[in-house]
Design a binder for this molecule. Structure first.
Ligand code: ZN
Length: 191
């Protein structure tokens, strides 16, 4: 059994390693994301309710994250110099930067979305897993990533915002907290 949930969002990105000048310049797309959730419960459904889980439990965090964090975010690769620009000149907008390991291609974003949704499901102990994410980038371009395709993105096996069931799309706040705690420890040691 499979459930599909679809949501839309707008985004901007640029692809510095694409070799395409038009992709290297910041530009945007209106995208549709469809998550396919496969039932992994061991038990048959309740004969009274005939449902595996409340749809609200399965999609509330996911839709909130797409609407509040992913929609209108600027997707940039971790090494993109524009991140340095925002850190210095527009730090108030850093929460709108979605950071990807390597270029923020549609393939990479689909894989990151799959990881993130999987975290939301695990956090509520849902008897479902994300079997695939379909990302419609334009009316004529669609990327579909299934969970076995995650092996194609080795950088995603490391820790990052995609491994946390929270509203984050980058690790700036975490990095700031870690830096603050390091400097606090250093000042205690030197005192
Ligand atoms: Zn694009």
């Amino acid at each position: 059994m499979e459930l599909n949930f679809t949501r839309r969002f707008s985004m901007a990105h640029r692809l510095l390693q694409s070799g395409s000048e038009k992709c290297e310049v910041p530009h945007g797309h209106n995208e549709l994301v469809t998550a396919r959730l496969a039932y992994i419960g061991a038990q048959p459904l309740s004969p009274e309710s005939n449902i595996a889980a409340d749809f609200t439990d399965l999609k509330t965090d996911w839709h909130r994250w797409i609407d509040k964090s992913v929609d209108h975010a600027f997707q940039l690769g971790l090494d993109d110099p524009l991140i340095g620009y925002f850190k210095i000149h527009e730090p108030q907008h850093l929460s709108r930067i979605l950071v990807t390991p390597g270029d923020p291609s549609t393939e990479c974003l689909a894989a990151l979305l799959l990881c993130k949704y999987q975290c939301f499901l695990a956090a509520v102990d849902a008897p479902f897993e994300v079997s695939s994410i379909e990302l419609v980038e334009t009316p004529t371009n669609t990327v579909e990533i299934n969970k076995t395709d995650l092996a194609l993105f080795p950088a995603l096996s490391s820790d990052g915002w995609w491994r946390r069931p929270d509203m984050s799309i980058n690790d700036f706040e975490l990095e700031n907290n870690q830096a603050a705690s390091r400097s606090e420890k250093a000042s205690l040691t030197s005192a």
